[in-house]
Design a protein around this ligand. Sequence first.
Ligand SMILES: CC(C)(COP(=O)(O)OP(=O)(O)OC[C@H]1O[C@@H](n2cnc3c(N)ncnc32)[C@H](O)[C@@H]1OP(=O)(O)O)[C@@H](O)C(=O)NCCC(=O)NCCS
Length: 180
Amino acid sequence: MAYPLRIEGESIALRDFTLDDVDDTLKVYGDDRVTHWLSFDSRDRGQIQAMFEGIIARSHEQPRTEYSLAVVAPPSDRVIGTVRIGLTGVKAAKLGVAIAASEWGKGYATDAARTMIDFAFRELDLHRITAAIGPENEASIKLIKNLGFTREGLLRDHVFTNGGWRDSALFSILVDDRTE
Ligand SMILES: CC(C)(COP(=O)(O)OP(=O)(O)OC[C@H]1O[C@@H](n2cnc3c(N)ncnc32)[C@H](O)[C@@H]1OP(=O)(O)O)[C@@H](O)C(=O)NCCC(=O)NCCS
């Protein structure tokens, strides 16, 4: 797989991060409105820089088992969100997506997640993708159901975030579930 990776969606593109993306990504991972729903608390600039160093190092590993990509809305190349799949188990991966609050409601998460799922099934030959979502995260549950995911059950005390344990609803999509 080529590096840096770039995958075109309909209105967005996904691409590998660079260290120049730290400030724009602060609008995603440094904003409590976004991280309230994630498995970790808001991060400051230094923490995001350290996170990027790890992401960039792992993106060069062979075989590559993590695709943690920037979401951009061309012609702009600035980060408006993030989408990640981490390979785990047999032909399986976990999906996560986050969009800067100023850009919510424009269809970007749907486009980014769909583009990543297509890439994972077509190019990475995966069989199963899961998403673990806070049971009250209505936007994310709507998004994932629209994409054809099925609810499997509840992961009890799955993450420690915002000062307490939180359950996650587990959703999955199999390669054979896709209708497109
Ligand atoms: C969840 C999230 C990624 C959605 O991003 P987005 O770009 O606004 O999503 P889209 O515009 O593609 O909309 C996806 C669906 O969610 C719905 N939706 C968006 N915001 C909503 C809200 N506050 N309440 C209910 N539904 C909502 C949209 O209407 C759309 O469904 P529709 O096409 O049937 O109308 C974004 O809200 C976010 O970053 N949240 C915080 C992080 C997070 O929860 N990540 C997911 C954890 S796995």
